[in-house]
Design a protein around this ligand. Sequence first.
Ligand code: ZN
Length: 241
Amino acid sequence: MRYGIISDIHGNWEALHAILEYLHAEHMDRYICLGDLVGYGANPNECVGQIRSLTDRVVAGNHDWAAIGKTDISSFNVYARQAVLWTSGTLNTLNRTYMERLPLRYSEEDLLFVHATPDVPELWGYVLSPYDAWGVLRSLEQWMCVIGHSHYPVAFSWDRKEKVQVHPPCLTLQKGWKYTVNVGSVGQPRDGDPRACCGVLDLDQQTIEVKRVAYDIQTAQEKIRRAGLPEYLAERIARGK
Ligand code: ZN
């Protein structure tokens, strides 16, 4: 069983298209989307429509909730706030209704999928350090928790005895251990590599890997500018930071 796992698309149609082309060619058995379908990018309706037809295994992110008025945006920075308001005014009724029904967690095959943290996902906490990961792993009922939200691909493992270890997000998995893995962002990577990012989890090979796919950044930038979204958001996707 191979899972194609995508997160933090953020309305970037060009990035989503390139990632799905890659994953389709690699023959995934299932697709999971970890939320933040919208926000920042200029194609929220197109991206939500694509995910709706791709898979039922989708959880909500903070930008999804923000765009439909379900979460407070006072902690959002000025660019994120402008993008939320633009996205909210752009989403069609069908997509809005769909987003209202998205769950915060999804679980199958001893795996848990969530945008932020599993215990209180609606607080939109980050898992950035081994200490953060320990908070997740010690109470995790499943073997692995796959997350997004920080746009920074990284894996944490715990053998249930010693300290939590931090790894690049390409690793062989052991039974009896616990894992939390961030699969990075499709539409707005922040780890210095501007290529679109996704995860491939192979339960037969017992591996999880992050993959990078080049896409047409220029077109995505032009659309952001044409939509009147902040210039910073166009520049950011080219920097990957
Ligand atoms: Zn995000």
